[in-house]
Design a protein around this ligand. Structure first.
Ligand code: PLP
Length: 451
């Protein structure tokens, strides 16, 4: 029995405030408001301790891709816990869940990406990548080819390594990030930064910042470029069509490895198994987590190309986590991938949920507060603005209107997140057309109440 069934909400909130330090939160402010206590979930709905049914248009943190309450995942976890709850993969041992999951991922990944290094999260996986690309070049006799180029406003995790790869200024402002050897170029955010340029001109210009940075550092110093195919936490920023082809050309030309961070884009969110396919990228490494297990268990990893694996597998790579390839997490991930295939979740995204979401968002785009609609598959953002034509910012502090809208969503039993003044949508991939309609109604009400 869960504790929440027994304690009144206020008591839970008081305990939470007294002892629980929340991530990315001003805990004292939260203590005054009282955190909303989530007690259970089914399908696309969450239930809170007051009995409200909340439509989760964020799939948790972009991860509960199959929705809540999937019995098959629960059963597999229970069975695996009984059979083998833990064993490591460090010292000449392996186990079936890790073997089977690695083989399945090699099958699903684009050609040439056939090797998996497991971790417990996206952050850990990007830490793996940071070290792996440097070790790769060192083993190739180029130890100075160690610099990594990323982008401002990128999100790659919250550890010291992955937070440094990320380009969030407010994270860099705390705790001594970024570590040396990591550089950040501009992001392809036409909406906020494109000015009078067309999206295509702007996309090309932003990609060419990569070439300028490589030339500034020296191509023999640059190990890799890391990017999400579509930035998620930065605000669902879909690059203009000119961006990725130019990035690919530049990386090919200067022998710079591409790390595609697929933590959000992977496993169907953009309509293909991987965002790299959707955006036409040929990565050397893909970071995975979140949708890999639909968030039911913490698991991540790096899917590595043959060329890098050949070099890394020839040495002892002094890196790994206790929970690399954790058997219960791996078994649940494998079952998640089985369900996705057996239920044709990608077809559902491309033919049902995606078109329904697109239509709903297009209608919301007519709302006077909404300045545009950015959507690819099942990830989307609605930038809010006082002036659609000029894409103007609000007179209030950035993020104030977005926060107000998020609060109105929550009051209407809808989870939409805000990044600054952009509303973010990333529902479970299994959402039905009827549920999208409910999303639409609640989102419209929240926008009306914010206006
Ligand atoms: N990379 C991307 C693109 C992410 O969106 C996230 C998390 O939101 C991460 C990495 C970090 O993953 P985790 O929170 O599992 O460490």
């Amino acid at each position: 029995t869960v504790i929440s069934n027994h304690l009144p909400t206020a008591e839970l909130q008081a305990l939470d405030a007294a002892h629980h330090m929340h991530p990315f939160t001003t805990n004292n402010e939260l203590a005054e408001r009282g955190a909303r206590v989530i007690t259970s979930g089914k399908g696309v709905y969450l239930r809170d301790s007051e009995g409200n049914e909340i439509l989760d248009a964020m799939a948790g943190l972009w991860c509960v891709n199959l929705g809540y309450g999937r019995e098959e995942l629960v059963k597999v976890a229970a069975r695996q816990m009984q059979e083998l709850p833990f064993y490591n993969t460090f010292f000449n041992t392996t186990h079936t869940p890790a073997i089977a999951l690695a083989a399945e991922l090699a099958k699903l990944a684009p050609e040439g990406l056939n090797h998996v290094f497991f971790a417990g999260s996206g952050s850990e996986s990007n830490d793996t990548n940071l070290r792996m690309v440097r070790v790769y070049w060192a083993e190739k006799g180029q130890p100075e080819k160690s610099h990594i180029i990323s982008r401002k406003n990128a999100y790659h995790g919250s550890s010291v390594g992955s937070g440094s790869l990320g380009g969030m200024a407010y994270m860099h402002a705390q705790g001594g990030l970024p570590i040396p050897g990591i550089h950040h170029i501009g992001q392809p955010d036409w909406w906020a930064e494109g000015g009078d340029q067309t999206p295509e001109e702007f996309g090309l210009a932003r990609a060419q910042e990569l070439e300028a940075k490589i030339l500034e550092l020296g191509a023999d110093k640059v190990a890799a470029f890391i990017a999400e195919p579509i930035q998620g936490a930065g605000g669902v920023i879909i690059p203009p069509s000119t961006y990725w082809p130019e990035i690919q050309r530049i990386c090919d030309k200067y022998n710079v490895l591409i790390i595609a961070d697929e933590v959000i884009c992977g496993f169907g969110r953009t309509g293909n198994w991987f965002g790299s396919t959707t955006m036409g990228i040929k990565p050397h490494i893909m970071t995975i987590a979140k949708g890999l297990s639909s968030g039911y268990m913490p698991i991540g990893g790096s899917i590595v190309c043959d060329e890098i694996a050949e070099v890394i597998n020839a040495i002892e790579f002094n890196h790994g986590y206790t929970y690399s390839g954790h058997p219960v997490c791996a078994a649940v991930a494998l079952e998640n991938l089985r369900i996705m295939q057996d239920e044709n979740v990608l077809d559902h995204v491309n033919n049902v949920a995606g078109p329904a979401l697109n239509a709903a968002l297009t209608q919301l785009g007519d709302h006077p507060l909404v300045g545009g609609v950015n959507v690819k598959g099942m990830m989307a953002s609605l930038p809010l603005t006082p002036n659609k034509a000029t894409r103007a910012k609000f007179a209030m502090d950035a993020g104030t209107v977005g926060f107000m809208c998020r609060e109105r969503c929550f009051a209407n039993n809808l989870v939409m997140r805000h990044v600054g003044d952009r509303m973010i949508i990333s529902p479970p991939l299994t959402i039905t057309a009827d549920e999208v309609e409910i999303f639409h109604k609640r989102a419209k009400t929240a926008l009306d109440e914010t206006y």
